[in-house]
Design a protein around this ligand. Structure first.
Ligand code: BG6
Length: 462
């Protein structure tokens, strides 16, 4: 392979709760994301009343999507990744019948994409679930949540079987270890036993969704989604090497179960030495054998691991704390920029899983300046993406089978970590600030024209 394959899926990725707004419109129930007013890192707030949150309107994609999709089409997108808000379909998670208005909304959204031959790549659950299931069942700690999720998955597979051929189960499924409310709907301060039990249920639910997808839409592909938390050893000390392996395995564990259909041996040892006893039934083991068709992941940064953490100051990753690498520069939010790490990770994941890969998030969060004439010169963003795509191309030449690349936030959106608008990822600028002021007007940035050329040249021009 000399470069990007002919059928490479170029595009962008967003998530329902970061773009749609309309948080309580047309029957939608309260989701766990609606309760995180200040993002994943903030406190959880009850939302039975009308407390204001930037996500309530977000970028108003719910109403403005035709215009936004037209702009994506202008850049030449082949694919758009977004998610379905589960609480639009089953507002509390356990209703007997789905909400027709919610189903109709996504049907129209996918029809709009089809007008421009943009394939939808749909995440079933992107950092949200109906809060009703948290209140009634305690979230994923309860086995019943698996059945509710399966019912939701079956509902959307049946409804969109002619419209959607690429699916993902849970966004960054490994992040539940670090933010259990966001990932598995656990309130308070759950212990490791509870977190891993909830994760187990979610892994079973993911496998059941894979099976349902294969049964209902035989010509579709369904993948998992991992937060690519690549670690290097801080030094070449053998103990750092072992620590690096341990940290990488913490997140690769999820992929191991989803791709191989079973728990790896090393985690059994970890469970028994840490007094973690999971309730895993015979039928759970059978369900887990329904493995994914491809492996997708997000990649923003890398970090280091060491057996002597007290020697180094921790840096700010988004969800996972990483020790800074002295050879790398960081963004304003402390995310270390490492394009070569992406080539390494692509090779490593492909060696490990031998499944097609899909990069479903990668991007640069930065503040932008709108010039008087309305132009936005975001050469820093172009540079970040270019450097990463150069390494993606190298990985393809190394022999990695890669289905596509969807950069994160092709249009400015609300950040998941901190619920900010000013941490912008887009090729398209949205006029809205952290306080919620602004006209919501869309503007093309310099990166818009750059990415358009990248796509039209199929990655020859970078
Ligand atoms: C990923 C998430 O972790 O990172 C996205 O899947 C998120 O939802 C993205 O937006 C970037 O993080 P942030 O905090 O800058 O929005």
């Amino acid at each position: 392979m000399k470069g990007f394959p002919e059928d490479f899926l170029w595009g962008g990725a967003v998530a329902a709760n970061q773009v749609e707004g309309a948080w309580n419109i047309n029957g939608k129930g309260v989701s766990t994301s609606d309760m995180q007013l200040n993002g994943i890192h903030g406190a959880v707030t009850q939302r039975d009343t009308d407390v204001e949150c930037i996500k309530d309107i977000a970028i108003d994609f719910y109403h403005q999507y035709p215009e936004d999709i037209k702009l994506f089409a202008e850049m030449g997108f082949k694919v758009l990744r977004t998610s379905i808000a589960w609480s639009r379909i089953y507002p509390n998670g356990d209703e007997a019948e789905p909400c027709e208005a919610g189903l109709a909304f996504y049907e129209q959204l996918f029809a709009e994409m089809a007008k421009y031959n943009i394939q939808p790549l749909i995440t079933l659950s992107h950092y949200e679930m109906p809060y009703g299931l948290v209140k009634k069942l305690g979230g994923w700690i309860n086995r019943e949540t698996i059945d509710h999720f399966e019912k939701y998955a079956v509902t959307v597979f049946n409804r969109y079987k002619n419209q959607v051929k690429y699916w993902l189960t849970f966004n960054e499924i490994n992040m539940s270890l670090h933010s259990p409310f966001t990932g598995v709907g656990l309130e308070g301060n759950p212990d490791e036993q509870q977190i891993y039990q909830a994760i187990h249920h979610q892994l079973v639910a993911s496998a059941r969704a894979v099976k349902a997808c294969h049964d209902i839409i035989p010509d579709a592909s369904i993948g998992n989604m991992l937060l690519g938390a690549l670690r290097y050893p801080m030094t070449c000390h053998p103990k750092d090497m072992l620590e690096m392996q341990k940290k990488n395995r913490e997140w690769l564990f999820f992929g191991d179960v989803q791709v191989r259909g079973d728990y790896p041996a090393w985690i059994q040892r970890y469970f028994s030495e840490n007094n973690i006893h999971l309730d895993i039934t015979e039928s759970d083991y059978a369900d887990l054998m329904n493995t994914v068709d491809f492996v997708s992941f997000s990649y923003y940064m890398s970090g280091c691991s060491t057996w002597e953490p007290e020697k180094y100051e921790g840096s700010r990753g988004n969800i996972i704390r990483l020790i800074p690498n002295p050879h790398l520069k960081a963004s304003e939010w402390g995310w270390q920029i490492d394009p070569e790490g992406l080539r390494y990770l692509l090779n490593d994941l492909y060696d490990r899983y031998q499944k097609p890969l899909f990069i479903v998030e990668n991007g640069f969060g930065a503040r932008d300046v709108v010039e008087e004439d309305g132009s936005i010169h975001d050469d820093y963003r172009i540079d970040y993406l270019r450097q990463h795509l150069i390494q993606v191309k190298e990985a393809i030449k190394d022999g990695v089978q890669l289905l596509g690349y969807t950069s994160w936030g092709p249009i400015d959106l609300v950040s998941a970590g901190t619920a900010q608008m000013e941490k912008r990822y887009g090729f398209i600028h949205v006029d809205r600030d952290d306080q919620g002021n602004g006209t919501l007007i869309r503007r093309r940035k310099d990166s818009f024209y750059w990415y358009k050329k990248v796509i039209s040249s199929n990655g020859e021009y970078l």
